[in-house]
Design a protein around this ligand. Structure first.
Ligand code: G1P
Length: 291
């Protein structure tokens, strides 16, 4: 199988669950401690050896493009000050090399499947990763790196899954599996947001995928599914049986930053894990809880 070199980052969503914060700022630019959510996704890709990014954007998403650009005035000012090497390095970390990022617009909110389909001219005929930046995953070497390694082994598509309480199945794509070794299993079916009674399991898709380009053959049909949207889950389901398709139980930390409490939890957890602020964060939390 060809090496996974490219990732699609769907970032067109309106972020309605975070209004009014997301009125003028893309939800992907909300920060977890000191960097925007979207940067964590890019760093996760880099840890997986991915160097090319297709951002599927919408109106009002320009700050994402600016974030990954060279910030000439800022960098020149930091350089001139002489003692701002750390800040300069942090700024440069958030730059994507010229020619390695594409920003394309999903002009209508027709669903995740449609968003991924919008990236097809830049993906071509090679396997690629998809990361939903609302979902923050933190581990070493990283969820996407694990998926890439697994897809190289299986020669097919792979997705990360996690167990959810049955009453939550209607929030996620849910997979049916067989030949489960406890970590990796073959996917035999997939359904988007099933009612608890109809869910084939409680293994939910967590927004991390490595897909063969054949997924575009199915997305090309623009068939609508759950919620009247073009669903990535439906297109993936049609690939089963035609090429290998596996689910990998992800065991690292994962935060659903698409809702306020998940976002708060991510901020607290990342503060507690950052060596430079861990001790103070712990003390701060303890004092807040006492008051
Ligand atoms: C999307 C996918 C769903 C997946 C979820 C993970 O749903 O369609 O299969 O489980 O992301 O966050 P959304 O949250 O965009 O409705």
């Amino acid at each position: 199988m060809a090496r996974v070199r490219k990732a699609v980052l769907p970032v067109a969503g309106l972020g309605t669950r975070f209004l009014p914060a997301t009125k003028a700022i893309p939800k992907e630019m909300l920060t977890i401690v000191d960097r925007p959510l979207i940067q964590y996704a890019v760093e996760e890709c880099r840890a997986a050896g991915i160097e090319e990014f297709v951002f599927v954007t919408g109106r009002n998403k320009q700050p994402i493009e600016d974030h990954f650009d060279h910030a000439y005035e800022l960098e020149a000012t930091l350089e001139a000050r002489g003692n701002k090497q750390v800040e300069l390095a942090q700024t440069r970390e958030a730059t994507i090399t010229t020619g390695k990022a594409i920003f394309t617009r999903q002009q209508k909110p027709l669903g995740l499947g449609h968003a991924v389909w919008c990236a097809r001219p830049w993906i071509g005929n090679e396997p690629f990763a998809v990361l939903l930046p609302d979902e923050l995953t933190l581990s070493t070497p990283g969820c996407t790196a694990e998926l890439v390694a697994l897809s190289e082994k299986t020669g097919g598509s792979v997705i990360a899954v996690m167990d959810v309480p049955r009453e939550q199945t209607s929030r996620y794509g849910i997979v049916a599996i067989r030949n489960d070794d406890g970590t990796v299993a073959e996917v035999t079916g997939m359904v988007e947001k099933p009612k608890p009674a109809d869910a084939p399991s409680t293994l939910s898709i967590i927004g991390r995928y490595v897909l063969l380009p054949e997924v575009f053959d199915h997305l090309d049909k623009h068939e609508t599914g759950a919620g009247g949207e073009i669903q990535l889950t439906d297109a993936m389901a049609r690939m089963i049986g035609r090429s290998p398709f596996h689910a990998m139980r992800y065991r690292g930390a994962r935060y659903d930053c698409g809702n306020r409490l998940g976002f708060l939890k991510a901020n607290v957890a990342v503060s507690l894990a950052r060596p430079d602020i861990a001790r103070e964060s712990r003390a701060l939390l303890a004092s807040l809880l006492k008051s």
